[in-house]
Ligand binder design. Sequence first.
Ligand SMILES: C[S@@+](CC[C@H](N)C(=O)[O-])C[C@H]1O[C@@H](n2cnc3c(N)ncnc32)[C@H](O)[C@@H]1O
Length: 207
Amino acid sequence: MGVLEDKSRARTFYKYLSKVYDQVNPFIWNEEMRTEALGLLDFEPDNRVLDIGCGTGFATEGLLNHVDHVYGLDQSPHQLEKAYAKFGKRDGPVTFHLGDAERLPFRDDTFDVVWSSGSIEYWPNPVDALRECRRVAKPGGQVLVVGPNYPNSSVFQRLADAIMLFYDESEADRMFRDAGFTEFEHHTMGPSYNPEIAITTVAQVPE
Ligand SMILES: C[S@@+](CC[C@H](N)C(=O)[O-])C[C@H]1O[C@@H](n2cnc3c(N)ncnc32)[C@H](O)[C@@H]1O
């Protein structure tokens, strides 16, 4: 397990990274990729949408181009502070929760769309969290998860494994199946210097 697949360490990491996250982020997860991922989903403006690991709200902002309101959850108070500054802490278009992807504070069958970008790589038990995504999503709803694609070179694989979860399509198949999904597809995407840096899975929630 990578050094950052630990909730406490990830929280400490984001205490510092939150200061520069919005400046650094576009090198690996940019607006074009976000638009491409958003294009994989069907939205109605009144859909209930959850953004897990919402961070400073980069994806939340994209989701708000499609729906009127978003629920954003993150385990880092420092990342959330940055998001509050953009959307307002209360009474804005985002309802925020400080919480854990592996124990979502929502009832079963609550959301039409559950989105998570760039967060699964920090979850120590990704299958548990994907089960939580399925639980809180409505039957027939959609779950979209963006994560880091497993590198091809063995040197980078060793480095990646030491840091956090990087996974290929077959590992994504295993995780989504183990979490109870039966219908899903994967897409790779990335900036021009590495067009397959990210793996995005869109899953239908079983009826
Ligand atoms: C790379 S940032 C992604 C932020 C945002 N989703 C985006 O698209 O830019 C990863 C976020 O996941 C959050 N995170 C990591 N582990 C988490 C967990 N177990 N539960 C909730 N959030 C978590 C981190 O605090 C961080 O804000």
